[in-house]
Design a protein around this ligand. Structure first.
Ligand code: ADP
Ligand code: MG
Length: 404
């Protein structure tokens, strides 16, 4: 490892220097109201550290998935007010990312001042697959700064201009948030204390099936909840009604079950399921019913693991020394389907060892269900990034900082 990973200190005296920080400020919004400010709070320490060091801090970040052109629905402006409150100092806002407003805003910064540039993904160069297009945009970003700090863990698995290309153009370092995330994930992949239990759920089924491949080698137990359950149940020959199903992954699930049995890895699937006849919406009161996992009615869909399963999952977590959890056990946003997620979260707070929560919705679930974040070993800000790390993939945004 070169000193790129030594953190901000490796950049030397930052007083008066313009430092571009890639943060992850991609928070859920209801209109312009922030419904969970976890990622903003997680970004504050690095921004504050730079400001305290006398740097002129220029924050770049994205919000949502706009189409690479100006669009007020994706403005970072609502985030700026909250960041300012949390930092306890004014934060300037540039209404573009690399245009006249950005140049003027950065030129107006005094030592210790902080500015946020408009949503970086409103520029098509940011996510372009064409190295030259991305590079040209990164050139413009790099002109705004003397150094770069990579602190957006949620995006380090993306080869994007503000994550990857800009690090090739400026003296660069890892921010404290990314360094802490990488440290915890290395503890999960290198020498996890055993028993090591992994809990997977959520709705991005095929994304997450990929991790199982790698984890069957490493974990002692795999607990499966959320939307992924039904592809496994179907693979075992059960009917799953209208539940979430990835029919093209049935063979993969069958293979995982066989492989786990071969290797002595326990895969725990729910034995009971909370179902309803429709996905929850504002239009009707939920009518939750608990049914055996092998008897999901054809007109129903599974929306949470049942109470027997929740108790079995909690019991399986009780003696764990290392736990990684990604993906809610059910549609926790609706109270009637939140019990499975609540039970797993509760069990994680009682783990005697390292408990890690990864994934945007999982982290939001922990907070909205009222758990104290300090009761968990680590709450990761990046879902995709932590999964790719655990899969053993190289993360471009990390590799670029570690190159010689
Ligand atoms: P994360 O962001 O933690 O990685 P995902 O994005 O994969 O998690 O999934 C989160 C979503 O999964 C939540 O919005 C939740 O409502 C949904 N979900 C959980 N269980 C089910 C299910 N049985 N059917 C449909 N959606 C589900
Ligand atoms: Mg999610």
């Amino acid at each position: 490892m070169s000193d790129h990973t030594a953190g901000i200190a490796s950049l030397g005296d930052l007083k008066g220097k313009r430092v571009l920080v890639r943060s992850d400020l991609n928070v859920p919004l209801d209109g312009t109201t922030i419904t969970d400010d976890g990622r903003i709070r997680a970004s504050v320490p690095t921004i504050k550290e730079l400001s305290d060091a006398g740097a002129r801090v220029v924050v770049t970040a994205h919000l949502g998935r706009p189409k690479g052109e100006p669009d007020p629905a994706y403005s970072l402006e609502p985030v700026v007010g909250r960041l300012s409150e949390l930092l306890g100092r004014p934060v300037a806002f540039a209404t573009d990312t690399v245009g006249a407003s950005a140049t003027e805003t950065v030129a107006g910064l005094q030592d210790g001042d902080v500015a946020v540039l408009e949503n970086v993904r409103l520029n098509d160069g940011e996510t372009s697959k064409d190295d030259e297009v991305r590079g040209a945009f990164a050139d413009q970003l790099a002109q705004l700064a003397d150094a770069f700090v990579s602190d957006g863990f949620g995006v380090v698995h993306r080869k994007q201009a503000s994550v990857y290309d800009v690090a090739l153009r400026l003296p660069s370092a890892m921010g404290g948030l990314v360094a802490a995330e990488v440290d915890v994930l290395r503890r999960l992949t290198e020498h996890p204390e055993r028993p090591y239990v992994v809990v997977l759920g959520g709705s991005k089924v095929s994304d997450k099936l990929g991790v199982i491949d790698n984890l069957i080698d490493k974990a002692d137990k795999l607990l499966i909840g959320g939307g992924m359950v039904f592809t496994f149940l179907k693979a075992q020959g059960h009917e799953v009604g209208k539940s979430l199903l990835e029919a093209d992954q049935l063979d993969t699930c069958t293979r995982y079950l066989a492989e786990a049995a071969d290797r002595g890895v326990e895969i725990l699937l729910p034995t009971d399921i909370v179902v309803d006849t429709a996905f929850p919406s504002g239009d009707r009161e939920p009518e939750p019913r608990v049914v055996p996992a092998s008897e999901i009615p054809s007109d129903a869909l599974g929306l949470d693991i049942g109470p027997e399963s929740a108790a079995a999952f909690a019991a399986a977590l009780a003696d764990a020394r290392t736990v990684f959890w990604n993906g809610p056990m059910g549609v926790f946003e609706v109270d009637a389907f939140a019990d499975g997620t609540r039970a797993v979260a509760q069990a994680l707070t009682e783990v005697d060892g390292l408990s890690v929560v990864g994934g945007g919705d999982s982290a939001a679930a922990v907070r909205t269900l009222g758990f104290d974040e300090a009761a968990f070993g680590h709450i990761s800000t990046g879902g995709g990034a932590s999964l790719e790390f655990l899969e053993g993939k190289e993360l471009p945004g990390i590799a670029v900082l570690e190159r010689d």
